[in-house]
Design a protein around this ligand. Sequence first.
Ligand SMILES: *Cc1c(COP(=O)(O)O)cnc(C)c1O
Length: 377
Amino acid sequence: MSQLPVDLPSHLCAGLELQVVPNAQPATPEQRAAILADPAFGQKFTDHMVVVHWSEDAGWHDARLQAYQPFSLDPAAAVLHYAQEIFEGLKAYQRPDGSIVSFRPDANAERFNTSARRLAMPELPPEAFVAACDALVKVDRDWVPNGSEMSLYLRPFMFASEPFLGVRPSKEYVFCVIASPAAGYFGGGVSGVSVYASEDYVRAVPGGTGEAKCGGNYAASLLAQAQAADEGCDQVVWLDGVERKYVEEMGGMNLFFVYGADPDNVEIVTPDLSGSLLPGITRRSLLQAAADLGITATERKLSLEQWRADVASGSMTETFACGTAAVITPVYTCKARTGDFVIGTEPGAVTMRLRDHLLGVQHGSTEDRHGWIHTIG
Ligand SMILES: *Cc1c(COP(=O)(O)O)cnc(C)c1O
């Protein structure tokens, strides 16, 4: 990097000074250009990271913007034993005019604290969460791709770092933000996925950690995802953990079901927040976007059996999944012990309308009616 931007904040929030230690050996412009030409997802990282420490005595302290580098971690660090860890995912976009923005970072900051409370971890002031993301994007702004559907994926996370094997909340934590240039999550473009409805495993139960964005939920999901792959499917679909009947989520994305072949009378349905579902920000944004577009949006339970029956009767015309990483992905087929079914073979009209709308708001070609866009610089 030739020069640090001058407008880095001196503090992440009141009382939390940000120390800036630039990477002495950043990627060369050629190396960076090669990565940005084909970034894939989550494989390459920018030159810097933000790290902030918390301890019971000092609270949040020692905030640094420094070179991306490995952590040095005590083998007894609590996270390695009891999985006290949470994370977030959001994106920064480069607009055609060169400005850089992110999408609803305040909502991520708020959800991060909800996850922190559930995992008995300290909350981070939301302004510090957003300022840490902004500072990293500013210092690594040359890493924000400007292609259509491309972005810089930000991964804020927090883990328990206290070296202690007793079972209780850690007294030390590390908060960190890293960034990775991203093309489409499932390899770019809009291609639909096949899903396998897991009847052997559950992701979450009411009262568990399903509403929190924590690594442990993902650890518990990997075997079911592998089973889906063995069955020839791209993704796992989770059913509710109690009755094993109602559709909850797809992998790490929320689901929507589209009713109505008549374009003037369309309804989209998404499972209601049952207590075991992850409340997606894309999900929430699409419920609002649908209202803006004159599409009825409903949150209610939908059973696997009903999903199959409504596809068979023709009343349900499309199914799609949504989340920050992959935006909106059509679901084409569902495989289940109780019978397979085909929803579609190409992206549906409503799916694409919502997808274009959301991408338009994010990339700047559609009006931001709800103040979702946060300008970084
Ligand atoms: C992150 C996540 C989502 C999607 O949330 P967004 O805020 O839309 O990115 C959905 N389900 C799970 C399990 C997740 O971890």
